[in-house]
Design a protein around this ligand. Structure first.
Ligand SMILES: C/C=C/C(=O)SCCNC(=O)CCNC(=O)[C@H](O)C(C)(C)COP(=O)(O)OP(=O)(O)OC[C@H]1O[C@@H](n2cnc3c(N)ncnc32)[C@H](O)[C@@H]1OP(=O)(O)O
Length: 257
């Protein structure tokens, strides 16, 4: 593993995102996450997963620099689908997954966190879907999950402004379960994981199956549409300008093309 570490103590597994400086979700990292889930799945003693980021952030989202290597709308849509499928698998995983979020969970980083069953955040963490700042849209089903947690109006404001909310606001909005001072978040995640690990495998698995019934056909139709539009928007001049502006650390100038 190059970008992730995983370990377990007793029946609690920990996945650590370890890709400095921003824990950006490259395709290589997403691939590794899928392998880690395979490994965790094959250990039938494990009962809960805690996922967190090493360094300053949980994750600043998909790797924007890698975007410049993608050549076509279809390939960009495929990248979206790739992340969507993995996050769908996480949401349906047979054991609960807790995201312990500090620093920032932005774009794909928040989409990953939203696919976990429970989110604990630091009070000052930044949570948002800033893709419109890049002239893009979210591509890992964030447009479908965010309104589920915060309601359509707040999701619209977060998407349209591209501005993040704090961990404290995320709890108020229903996006996160609890907020703590940054140095307590991981410890609190383990306390919660310890409580969950005392429950039976069968009832945990059944509860997850049932919670997933809240996901409707529309969720999948919306995710498919998102992947398609993700590719289309990426090929626009404004999409290219937004990505270039991020790389050059300047404001984007969108021309509506
Ligand atoms: C389907 C999914 C789509 C997506 O997820 S699109 C991506 C959505 N995410 C974003 O737009 C977030 C972009 N990043 C930021 O807004 C900021 O960064 C932070 C708030 C996370 C941190 O800001 P600060 O503390 O000022 O640090 P810094 O100098 O901006 O970043 C440190 C280094 O990390 C790189 N980096 C940050 N985010 C990403 C990313 N998402 N992809 C690739 N690189 C990233 C920067 O460029 C820089 O690198 P260098 O030190 O070489 O200049």
């Amino acid at each position: 593993m190059e970008f992730l570490k995983w370990s377990h103590q007793d029946n609690i597994a920990t996945i650590t995102i370890s890709r400095p400086p921003a824990n950006a979700l490259s395709t290589g990292l997403i691939r590794e996450l899928s392998i880690v889930l395979d490994e965790i799945e094959s250990n039938r003693n494990l009962k809960v997963i805690v996922i967190h980021g090493e360094g300053r952030f949980f994750s600043a989202g998909a790797d924007i620099k890698e975007f410049t290597t993608v050549a076509s709308s279809e390939d960009f849509s495929k990248l979206g689908k790739f992340g969507q499928d993995l996050f769908d698998r996480m949401e349906k995983f047979h054991i609960p997954i807790i995201a312990a979020i500090h620093g920032a969970a932005l774009g794909g980083g928040l989409e990953l966190a939203m696919a976990c069953h429970i989110r604990l955040v630091s009070e000052t963490a930044k949570l948002g879907l800033p893709e419109l700042q890049l002239g893009l849209i979210p591509g890992f089903a964030g447009t479908q999950r965010l309104p589920k947690y915060v309601g359509v109006s707040r999701a619209a404001e977060m998407l349209f402004t591209a501005e993040p909310i704090t961990g404290v606001e995320a709890v108020q909005y229903g996006l996160a379960n609890h907020a703590y001072p940054e140095n307590e978040v991981l410890n609190q995640a383990y306390i919660l994981a310890g409580k969950i690990a005392k429950k039976s495998h069968g009832s945990l698995r059944s509860a997850i199956i049932l919670l997933n019934y809240a996901k409707t056909e529309e969720f999948y139709a919306g995710s498919d549409k998102e992947a398609k539009l993700f590719g289309e928007v990426f090929m626009s001049n404004d999409g290219k300008e937004g990505i270039q502006a991020f790389i050059e650390k300047r404001e984007p100038h969108f021309k509506g093309e």
